[in-house]
Design a protein around this ligand. Structure first.
Ligand code: NAI
Length: 461
């Protein structure tokens, strides 16, 4: 049968394209549906575009602060439109790279929106462009979408273009003078970092009393102070109760804190209040899949409640990060191929690409306590690293090491400072391997490096 496959993948983001490639290499006949562009949110409107923008901002910051390092540069400025052009070039290169990978692996890619339609004796059926397809295994990798909360006036502001999500903001070629960000989580902070560096007046409105969600409170606090010094305003513990657009492209975010009203002027509003799995209109009801609100419930192998139906990436609502998606996709494929594999959710690192960077993996003292483990946290300044001091005038980054008091195993690492995004994978490996303090002491780290502080910290515990 022409339309019969071993695996049909819905969605060509990190979970989908990685799984498709692995499955094809494993000998499966694979069909992948993607309605927009290969690479998904991560490549087209998330991880990669933001990192491209943030790198331009970093170069600008270096030029502005060079004097502290004995380097004086003439007036520096940023051409935001050129930054966007470069971002588009980077995205195009990577998207076409994913396309080549699919081709190289022999995956059939169809640009269309696909829907589950039911089951026949041959497998699960999927429909796209009026055609029906069948496969023994279907992997859902439909990702997530930005939540636009039902705040009065907000949806109208999104429709008029005054308010944007992560998708639209990355294509705006003009710089806002006054940017109001609703939500001080990962997206809000990375975007705040860019627009602050390039000279925008940025206000972050966050309903919780701290920024950066579940990030360690001391790290959130240092990050907040650092950005406050650079001019970002944070309205914490503040509820957004409305958006008013008084003229095209200009308006106010109406807020309330402890019963007191306030308003923030804006010529651009970013809505970064979280994301929800994309599970609507994909025919899940035809198979009766078990759901937890918008998330498809899966086990650690990616199995849903329906035999032959698997899910990986943001659609399962577990840990909405691209690298989790990669791993979940390949774990699902390994299990389809009869190889036992599971995702170790305890050791997934997370990063906020602000400047300084924030990265963490594993447990905090509080989360360990909830799991019945007596743990303690040990904070070590990054100033123990010669390289950190050489490269960070006035830097006050630190790493917090969380250990199991009874077994002296490493449970978590949380850090703020240069290279945190690159260092954290080493810490994740240590957490995954349940290394003890004494094991890490015996590892040799490169010198001089910032990661050495992790080893140094082990001798202070
Ligand atoms: P988030 O969940 O990180 O943060 C949303 C924030 O908005 C929360 O702090 C919440 O308290 C606040 N909020 C919600 N409703 C609000 C309201 N009405 N008024 C004021 N504050 C409100 O979600 P975000 O930043 O949208 O990111 C979405 C997802 O994308 C996350 O799962 C994140 O992990 C992922 N992501 C990861 C990145 C990375 O790994 N570096 C980068 C960007 C996104």
């Amino acid at each position: 049968m022409a339309n019969a496959f071993d695996l049909i993948v819905l969605g060509g983001g990190p979970a989908g394209y990685n799984a498709a490639e692995r499955a094809a290499h494993g000998g499966m006949k694979v069909l992948l549906f993607e309605e927009r562009a290969l690479g998904g949110v991560c490549l087209n409107e998330g991880c990669i575009p933001t990192k491209t923008l943030l790198y331009s901002a970093k170069i600008l910051d270096y030029t502005k602060h060079g004097a502290a390092y004995g380097v004086t540069i003439g007036a520096s400025s940023i051409d935001h439109a050129k930054v966007i052009d470069r971002k588009n070039k980077v995205v195009k290169t990577l998207v076409s790279g994913v396309g080549s990978k699919m081709k190289g692996a022999g995956v059939t890619v169809v640009t269309a929106s696909a829907k589950l339609t039911g089951r026949t004796p041959d497998g699960i059926t999927v429909e796209a462009n009026g055609e029906s397809y069948t496969a023994a295994n279907v992997l859902l990798c439909t990702g997530s979408e930005a939540i636009v909360p039902p705040i009065p006036g907000l949806r109208e502001a999104v429709a008029s273009g005054l308010a944007v999500t992560n998708r639209e903001i990355l294509d705006r070629r003009e710089l806002p003078k006054k940017l109001c960000i609703i939500g001080g989580g990962v997206i809000g902070l990375e975007i705040a970092s860019y627009y602050n560096s390039v000279g925008g007046d940025v206000t972050v409105v966050e309903m919780l009393t701290k920024i950066a969600g579940p990030t360690d409170a001391d790290i959130s606090s240092l990050l907040q102070k650092t950005y406050e010094k650079r001019g970002v305003k944070f309205l914490l513990g503040t509820k957004v109760c409305g958006v008013e657009e008084d003229k095209p492209g200009h308006g106010y975010v109406l807020c309330e804190k402890d019963g007191k009203a306030d308003k923030v002027e804006a010529d651009m509003i970013l809505v970064s209040t979280g994301r929800r799995p994309r599970t609507k209109d994909i025919g899940l009801e035809t198979l009766g899949v078990l759901m937890d609100r918008a998330s498809v419930i899966t086990d650690d192998c990616g199995r849903t409640s329906v035999p032959g139906l698997w899910a990986a990436g943001d659609v399962n609502g577990k840990i909405m990060l691209a690298h989790t998606a990669y791993r979940e996709g390949e774990v699902a494929v390994n299990n389809m191929l009869g190889k036992k594999d599971r995702v170790d959710y305890r050791s997934i690192p997370s990063v906020i690409y602000t400047n300084p960077e924030v990265a963490s993996v594993g447990e905090s003292v509080e989360s360990a306590a909830k799991a019945g483990i007596k743990a303690s946290a040990h904070t070590v300044s990054l100033r123990y690293s010669g390289r950190y001091i050489a490269e960070n005038e006035g830097g006050d980054g630190f790493v917090k090491i969380v250990i199991d008091d009874e077994h002296r195993t490493l449970l978590g690492v949380h850090m703020i400072g240069t290279y945190a995004s690159e260092i954290i994978y080493g810490a994740a490996a240590m957490v995954a391997r349940e290394m003890r303090v004494e094991d890490v002491q015996k590892l040799v780290f490169p010198h001089p490096s910032v990661c050495e502080v992790l080893r140094e910290g082990m001798f202070m515990i």
